[in-house]
Design a protein around this ligand. Structure first.
Ligand code: HEM
Length: 311
C-alpha cells in the first residue's frame, strides 16, 4: 500500500479519475462465503453507498442523495436547533457533562430522523447500520444487522430508494459525532479555568474522526491510502481535506458546519467555566507516518468526553 501523506499528493489522488474507492461489499461477500452466511442484504446495501462506488452508478446515487439532502435541509437545521437548545441546560449549571451522551448523539439522532422523515421502517436501522462500517464489529452483531436489513427490504417495492435514504442517514454518524466530540475536546482542553463565553470558537471542526480514505488504481495493482487529517498539514490544508475532495466530496458538509455553528453558539452563551476535560478514545490518532499505514478502522470513535463545569 502506498501512503499519500502530503497534502498535494492526497488531494491529487482524491481528485484523480484514475483511482476509485475500495469496495466494502466484497469483504462481506467473501466472509459470507467462507463462513456459509448469507450476507446478501448487507452486500446489496453497501453496493448502493456512493463512498464505495464510481462511474455512472456513483453519479446516479450521489444525485439522489443530494436531492434528499436538499429537500430535508430545513427539517435538518430545525432538528439541530431544537436538539441543541434542549441540551443547553447541561451547560448552564455546575456539574459533569458527557458531550456525546448529553449533546452530540441526541443532535445526530435528530438530524438522521429529519433525513428519514416519517417512515418508521428505518428507525432501528439508522441506529444499527453505522457500525457495519466498523472493522472491529463482532460477527454476531453483523449477522443481527444483516437480518434487520433483510426483514426491512426483502418485501419492499421501494427497497433501493429506502436504502439510499438509510445510507444517507447512516454515513454521517461516524464522521459527524466523532469529529464534533474530538474538536470540542481539542478546544475545551486548552481552556480549562475559563468561562465558556470567553472562548474564541473556531469557525469549523479542528479535528477529524476520519483520518484516511483508501483508493484503488484503475489497473487494480496499486492501493493508495490518502491522509485527510494530519498534524503535518497546515490548518488550511486540514480544513480543505476535512470533507474529502473530488467527486466524493462529502454531501453532509453544509449540515455539519451548520451543526458546529449552532453547538458553539450555544456553548458561547453558557454561564459556566471549565474545571476539567477528559477524552476516552478506543485507539489513539495517528502520530507518525507508520501509524497511518496501520489504521484498520478509518474512524476514530471517541467513547466519551467528560467535562466538569463550575459556575
Ligand atoms: C464533520 C462531519 C463529517 C466529516 C468530517 C465527513 C467527511 C467525509 C469525507 C472525508 C468524505 C469523502 C470520503 C472519501 O472520499 O472516501 C465524505 C463523504 C460522504 N459523506 Fe461525509 N463527513 C461528515 C459528515 C457527514 C454527514 C452529516 C453526512 C450525511 C448527513 C455525510 C454524508 C456523506 C456522504 C453521503 C458521502 C459520500 C459522497 C460520495 O461518495 O459521493 N457526511 N464525508
Amino acid at each position: 500500500m502506498r501512503l499519500a501523506n502530503t497534502f498535494d499528493e492526497s488531494r491529487n489522488v482524491l481528485r484523480s479519475g484514475d483511482h476509485r474507492p475500495m469496495s466494502m461489499a466484497m469483504e462481506y461477500r467473501s466472509v459470507g462465503e467462507r463462513l456459509g452466511i448469507d450476507f446478501s442484504p448487507t452486500v446489496r446495501f453497501l453496493e448502493l453507498m456512493p463512498v464505495f462506488m464510481d462511474g455512472a452508478e456513483h453519479k446516479r446515487v450521489r444525485a439522489a442523495m443530494a436531492r434528499i439532502m436538499s429537500s430535508s435541509r430545513e427539517r435538518q437545521e430545525l432538528a439541530v436547533q431544537r436538539s441543541v437548545s434542549e441540551s443547553a441546560f447541561h451547560f448552564a449549571q455546575a456539574g459533569q457533562v458527557e458531550l456525546l451522551r448529553d449533546l452530540i448523539r441526541p443532535m445526530w439522532l435528530a438530524v438522521s430522523a429529519a433525513i428519514t422523515g416519517p417512515d418508521t421502517r428505518l428507525r432501528d436501522l439508522t441506529i444499527a447500520v453505522p457500525s457495519l462500517f466498523c472493522c472491529h464489529l463482532r460477527l454476531q452483531e453483523r449477522i443481527r444487522i444483516n437480518s434487520l436489513l433483510s426483514e426491512t427490504f426483502a418485501e419492499a417495492a421501494d427497497a433501493d430508494e429506502l436504502m439510499t435514504v438509510l445510507g444517507l442517514a447512516s454515513l454521517g454518524m461516524g464522521p459527524l459525532t466523532g469529529s464534533m466530540a474530538l474538536s470540542l475536546h481539542h478546544v475545551l482542553s486548552k481552556q480549562t479555568g475559563r468561562y465558556l463565553g470567553e472562548i474564541e470558537w473556531p469557525e469549523s471542526f479542528q479535528v477529524s474522526a476520519l483520518e484516511v480514505t483508501d483508493r484503488l488504481s484503475a489497473s487494480e495493482d496499486d492501493t493508495v491510502r490518502c491522509v485527510l487529517h494530519s498534524k503535518n498539514f497546515s490548518g488550511a490544508e486540514n480544513a480543505e481535506l476535512l470533507f474529502g475532495g473530488g467527486i466524493h466530496l462529502c454531501l453532509g458538509k453544509a449540515i455539519s458546519l451548520h451543526a458546529w455553528k449552532v453547538v458553539t453558539s450555544m456553548l458561547a452563551r453558557a454561564p459556566t467555566r471549565i474545571e476539567t476535560v477528559a477524552l476516552d478514545l478506543r485507539y489513539q490518532p495517528a502520530a507518525s507516518e507508520h501509524d497511518f499505514t496501520l489504521i484498520q478502522d478509518p474512524f476514530l470513535r471517541p467513547r466519551a468526553v467528560e467535562v466538569l463545569l463550575e459556575t
